[in-house]
Design a protein around this ligand. Structure first.
Ligand code: ZN
Ligand code: FE
Length: 255
């Protein structure tokens, strides 16, 4: 039985995710912006929470951890590098580490840029990577702590995962990301059709997350800084990939 993924809208535009195995009855939640929607989602399905996986220290990803833990327990996993500014961890993980969840491997990836201690969780058996505010649908997180070089390195590592991987990111920012992406690559046919699909989904109140890595590779400007057509569009033919990424990120910050 494959692992099941449930997307849970939280706060104004955050997402948390449940990962569940019917075989073992185990359930993990990735990030806890607030406890109530997660408790409700668990109760709806009759699932027991076993683990809480934290991606990074920002309040909109951890604020509900204490309340959730108090209500139902569960083991908390997060980056060792950020243990001093995360809720108390039961298991502090590092880049390249693999741990087991419900009989499946979970690979921990350092993805600094948005924050320096940001990690992603890649779960091949779920064909999913939980990226929060590193790689996002048609976007990437703002560089609050890391450098453009760090974020470009993080995005490049994520880009190397299998293209069918579901990108479970932390926010519903896709509609505004789409408007920005069109300013970089207005002639990209796959981007144009994705923008239409995003508008339809949002008008119907449907989430645009998760997306697939294949779709991000074809349309997300932040993953495409190395491509000659993107460099040409920005008049940066001679620049390095990281310099082009930095220029796209600066434009988005001012968008
Ligand atoms: Zn954040
Ligand atoms: Fe966030």
């Amino acid at each position: 039985m494959p692992l099941e993924i449930v997307t849970i809208p939280c706060l104004k535009d955050n997402y948390a995710f449940l990962l569940h195995s019917d075989d073992t009855g185990e359930t993990a939640v990735v990030d806890v912006p607030e406890a109530a929607p997660i408790l409700a989602a668990l109760e709806d399905r009759g699932w027991q929470l076993s683990e809480i996986w934290i991606t990074h220290h920002h309040w909109d990803h951890v604020d509900g951890v204490a309340e959730l833990k108090e209500a139902i327990g569960a083991k908390v996993i997060g980056a060792a590098a950020d243990a001093h500014r995360l809720p108390p961890l039961n298991h502090a993980v590092t880049d390249g580490e693999t741990y087991r969840f419900a009989g499946s491997d979970v690979h921990v990836m350092d993805v600094p840029g948005h924050t320096v201690g940001h990690i992603a969780y890649h779960v091949p058996d779920a064909t999913a990577v939980f990226t929060a505010d590193s790689l996002m649908a048609l976007g990437c997180g703002r560089l609050f702590e890391g450098t453009p070089e760090q974020m470009w390195g993080s995005l490049s590592r994520l880009a190397g995962l299998p293209p069918e991987t579901l990108v479970c990111s932390g926010h519903e920012y896709t509609a505004s990301n789409a408007k920005f992406a069109m300013t970089i690559e207005s002639g990209n046919g796959k981007l144009i059709s994705r923008v239409e699909a995003i508008e339809t989904a949002r008008a119907a109140g449907r989430p645009t997350v998760p997306s697939t890595l294949a779709s991000e590779l074809a349309t997300n400007p932040f993953l495409r800084a190395h491509l000659p057509e993107v460099k040409a569009a920005l008049d940066m033919k001679e620049a390095t990939d990281a310099e082009v990424f930095a220029a796209i990120r600066r434009r988005k910050d001012a968008f």
